[in-house]
Design a binder for this molecule. Structure first.
Ligand SMILES: [Mg+2]
Length: 262
């Protein structure tokens, strides 16, 4: 990837769109609960959903409930917790669960393991755990060591580092796997995938989309498997809005040339 490679124009009539949320559709904030998606982008998600015939999904480390809260009134397909929970194109929910006893044990042990690191905290997501250190970035190594020790002791878990967070998620779950499963199902199947993301967790998604001859777009700096680049969240917003607008112009032209009443 080079910095000059902006994504090419695409047609929403033939593409399936996958969007990460934090750092992609929404700016990163000091606290995850302060994050929001601008209204015009939420509207663009709704318009994009219609233009792609429903082949538009959010793919995030957040829970489905959180994604729905952040993106309302959009309520389309989504993969939460890196794909451990997924609402498919028919509205059906699929979950990769840990047993409740194991989840409770892990939460207890993780809370205890980082109790001596002030400013760090455990976020329990049911089947996954996020160890946050945004407010204590000098503890990055300590957090990683704790997470690695848990992955060694619990083979059902896998490590997922991100921006100021290290996550423990069920083995086999990734954004790439989530995109692959979506692409095997209606209304995604047969379309060309596009995925935009900003973080290490998105790399599996880029690799999957590249394998399907799709368009992978990395937001911000850093090594990546993505083929294209957008500078920051503002550039993502600009690109998505122009994409939806272009689509509207195209639809109007098509209706005019077919003699349809507008
Ligand atoms: Mg992100």
């Amino acid at each position: 990837m080079t910095d000059s490679e902006s994504p090419p124009p695409i047609s929403l009539t033939t593409f399936a769109c996958f969007f990460d949320v934090d750092g992609t559709l929404a700016g990163i904030e000091e606290k995850p609960e302060w994050v929001s998606i601008p209204d015009e982008i939420k509207q663009a998600l709704c318009d994009g959903f219609t233009a792609t015939n429903g082949a538009l999904a959010l793919v995030s480390g957040r829970s489905l409930a959180e994604l729905d809260r952040l993106s309302a009134p959009f309520h389309g397909p989504a993969a939460g917790v890196h794909g451990a929970e997924r609402r498919d194109g028919q509205g059906q929910i699929h979950r990769t669960e840990l047993s409740p006893a194991l989840a409770a044990k892990l939460q207890r042990e993780l809370t205890q393991a980082i109790a001596h690191l002030p400013g760090c905290h455990v976020e329990a997501k049911g089947m996954a755990f996020a160890l946050h250190y945004r407010e204590a970035q000098h503890y990055q190594k300590n957090i990683l060591t704790v997470a690695e020790s848990f992955v060694t002791r619990y083979p059902e878990l896998a490590l997922q580092p991100g921006k100021c967070v290290v996550e423990l998620k069920p083995q086999g779950v990734s954004k790439g796997e989530a995109i692959k499963v979506f692409m095997d199902e209606a209304p995604f199947a047969g379309r060309t995938p596009l995925f935009i993301g900003d973080d290490l967790t998105d790399e599996a998604g880029f690799i999957q989309v590249n394998a399907l001859q799709g368009i992978s777009i990395k937001v911000g700096p850093g090594n990546t498997a993505a083929h294209y680049h957008l500078k920051d969240v503002a550039a993502v917003h600009h690109w998505i809005l122009s994409l939806v607008k272009q689509q509207e112009n195209y639809s109007i032209k098509t209706k005019v040339s077919s003699g349809e009443d507008l």
